[in-house]
Design a protein around this ligand. Structure first.
Ligand SMILES: N[C@@H](CCC(=O)N[C@@H](CS)C(=O)NCC(=O)O)C(=O)O
Length: 227
């Protein structure tokens, strides 16, 4: 699927409601022509030589760029923001330092543990899955509060109602954790995050979020009441 008559600058290999969702949102902020290819997981595409050449771990997402294939969501987001103005503070901006530390906070202290609560068996085996979810879930809830308190105190432009790679990154992680039932140790919803809640509500009304909600056939309340 291509989004422009001009040749695509990027080709995203995606799977619905996975980490490619975050890249899909960022791609729409670039206004660059791009194509999207749904990964044929049933046919084992993640293990194919062609896919592993793009993402050696066989994870989602992968993206083809003019500079070669890329994997790792955070790397892709930063790459896009370096090439297209307005997605994050520019390298010479005084806001870049603060942005970078919270961007990497999100990648390592939110995104990585989110994957661990979704795949707890991989962390310590099936016998310890419940303990992994309990411990990592508690840590995730604490880390989201740390982020929320920073937003309350500093009101940064790069994590605000104005779409950016970081605001969408955080929003999608909250989306996923909202899908856990009430009382689940890793559940985090917009309503739990007083400073981020109005930001997430505004973000889901952005053009980029509306477009992705449509192509992914999701409820428009992508981040506040996702499932
Ligand atoms: N650190 C990687 C994580 C990628 C990742 O775990 N993606 C998930 C989807 S959200 C995946 O590929 N799951 C399939 C699997 O692990 O088998 C990134 O940020 O891109």
């Amino acid at each position: 699927m291509s989004h422009s008559a001009t040749p695509p600058l990027y080709t995203l290999h995606f799977w619905p409601d996975s980490a490619s969702f975050i890249v899909r949102l960022a791609l729409r902020l670039t206004h660059a022509p791009f194509a999207e290819v749904q990964i044929d997981r049933a046919a084992g595409a993640l293990d194919s030589a062609a896919y592993r050449a793009m993402n050696p771990l066989g994870k989602i997402p992968a993206i083809e760029t003019p500079d070669g294939p890329m994997f790792e969501t955070a790397a892709i987001l930063l790459y896009l923001s370096d090439r297209h103005a307005g997605l994050a503070p520019a390298p010479d901006s005084p806001a870049r330092a603060a942005f970078l530390k919270w961007f990497f906070f999100t990648s390592t202290n939110l995104h990585a543990p989110v994957m661990q609560v979704f795949y707890p068996n991989r962390v310590a085996g099936p016998a310890h899955a419940e303990a992994v979810v309990a411990h990592i879930g508690a840590m995730l809830q604490d880390n989201f509060m740390v982020l929320d308190q920073m937003v309350a105190a500093e009101a940064p432009d790069w994590l605000s109602a104005r779409p950016s790679i970081l605001s969408f990154y955080v929003a999608v992680l909250v989306r996923w954790l909202s899908g856990f039932p009430e009382g689940h140790p890793a559940r985090v919803t917009a309503a739990d995050l007083p400073a981020l809640c109005p930001i997430l509500a505004a973000l889901e009304t952005s053009d980029a979020a509306r477009q992705v909600a449509e192509v992914e056939a999701c409820a428009p309340t992508l981040f506040t009441h996702p499932y």
